[in-house]
Design a protein around this ligand. Structure first.
Ligand code: B12
Ligand code: SF4
Ligand code: SF4
Length: 372
């Protein structure tokens, strides 16, 4: 006997499944091996600049220390491997975006997933249970609970993999006080495959199902707040925001595209016009990218990322756009533009930035001229 031991838990799981989610139960207490792996990961500073992962470690690894009533976690997975909607006409659409960001994130979380979680919470209450939900926020390890629920295994690419759905899944969890038993562990199905390790452009995957965020493109492009060191630019290639290399290469990424019915990809998010980030006035940027991950990152960081993609082309045709970056009000953008300009042959643009009033900008312009 495994899984839910209360009929209320079975009812809740079935309701979640009827909504199109893959759903399964895990006990709230994590196995010691998971706790140790997490602690070692933090001790080795693999979290890079994501300080939040090193805070609240006790709650993350033992949620009962704060929510004493919690006994179990209902894990909900929704696939998002929709077909590529293709680029809209016009614009400079040469930057790649991770699939999960092809949806407006606040929109998919608040408008699509949250209402289901609210209804599931209501059902849980009617069944006499206590519960609390987490979609994107909150300090719980969704993948650990996914693996603990037997939904799949943690691949060498670090993702929770399902034998039919692959890894393109978004996860959400509902913490409850229902008693459940541990599900049997899903067998590890990576076998001798190492495709993701070989493909990762920056060597970020450590081989044990974790990664070093200091080397992960997704970290640099979506989480890092400041200048992206020029040493990592080559690895970033044409990734504008996020990275899917280690999922695309995986043989478990299903041939058949599969996505949850609530999800809709948007062409302007899948293939954004890079010139938007360098030319749009702030209110127009906020309007066009409202509620997307690009808005959360902010216009200057999107401009920073766009300049790296443009610089990495080493194509002088993009110099006029990079020149806009050299005149940007944000020092972060001007500093990045100095490196991008030199990469596409615009040394004069970088030389002009040697006289910039911001020390960050003239220092970077000097370094770009010296090292490129
Ligand atoms: C921080 C974070 C990142 C960071 C760090 C990623 C990392 N690998 O640690 C960065 C910014 C790099 C990142 C990138 C991405 N992310 Co992210 N990220 C998160 C977040 C917020 C926390 C993850 C975390 O705590 N990492 C620290 C590591 C050490 O912990 P962990 O990943 O939970 O790993 C544990 C398990 O693997 C467990 N474990 C290993 N083997 C086994 C076996 C068993 C039996 C058990 C029980 C447990 C277990 O041990 C580990 C340590 O405890 C989660 C959401 C959440 N709250 O969980 C999303 C999340 C993991 N990300 C997600 C996605 C989609 C991505 C990207 C694909 C986005 C993109 N296109 O760029 C990339 C993929 C990169 C990759 N290969 O992992 C999804 C993953 C879905 C899935 N199928 O796995 C999540 C769950 C978000 C969501 N709501 O769906 N992300
Ligand atoms: S998301 Fe990209 S950079 Fe990060 S581990 Fe996967 S392939 Fe490597
Ligand atoms: S590419 Fe191969 S090693 Fe990597 S997660 Fe997929 S099956 Fe596992």
């Amino acid at each position: 006997m495994f899984g839910p031991v209360e009929s209320a838990a079975v009812t809740l799981q079935q309701d979640a499944e009827a909504r199109g989610f893959l759903a399964a139960w895990a006990p709230v207490d994590l196995p010691p091996s998971v706790v140790d792996r997490y602690r070692a990961w933090i001790a080795d500073r693999r979290q890079a600049g994501m300080g939040q992962l090193a805070r609240n470690v006790e709650v993350r690894l033992a949620p009962r220390s704060r929510l004493a009533w919690a006994r179990s976690v209902l894990v909900l997975a929704a696939p998002h491997r929709f077909p590529d909607p293709g680029p809209p006409p016009g614009g400079v659409r040469i930057g790649r975006v991770g699939r999960i960001f092809w949806m407006r994130e606040q929109d998919y979380i608040q408008r699509r997933v949250q209402p289901h979680l609210d209804e599931l919470k209501e059902i849980c209450h009617r069944l006499g249970g206590r519960c609390r939900d987490y979609v994107e926020q909150g300090p719980l390890s969704f993948r650990s609970y996914g693996a603990g629920a037997g939904l799949g295994w943690i691949g060498r690419n670090g993702m929770l993999l399902h034998p039919e759905w692959g890894s393109y899944m978004t996860l959400a969890v509902l913490l409850t006080d229902f008693e459940v038993e541990a599900a049997p562990e899903h067998p590890f199905r990576c076998g001798r495959c190492r495709r993701c390790l070989d493909r990762c452009p920056t060597g970020a995957l450590l081989g044990d199902g974790t990664l070093d965020a200091n080397r992960c493109i997704s970290y640099w492009t979506t989480q890092h707040l400041d200048l992206i060191p020029p040493e990592v630019w080559d690895g970033l290639g044409s990734w504008l925001f996020g990275c899917d290399e280690c999922q695309e290469v995986c043989p478990w990424t299903p041939e058949a595209e599969r996505f949850w019915e609530g999800y809709e990809p948007e062409p302007e998010l899948a293939h954004p016009d890079l010139s938007d980030f360098l030319t749009l006035p702030i209110h127009m940027f906020a309007q066009k990218y409202a509620q997307s991950a690009f808005e959360r990152a902010g216009r200057p960081r999107m401009a920073r990322n766009a300049l790296i993609v443009l610089g990495n082309t080493r194509d002088s045709a993009y110099l006029p756009l990079i020149r806009m970056g050299c005149e940007d009000p944000s020092p972060l953008v001007r500093a990045t533009a100095s490196w991008a300009a030199v990469r596409v042959g615009g040394r004069q643009e970088a030389e002009r930035l040697l006289r910039d009033p911001e020390p960050l900008v003239c220092n970077e312009a000097r370094r770009a001229l010296e090292f490129s």
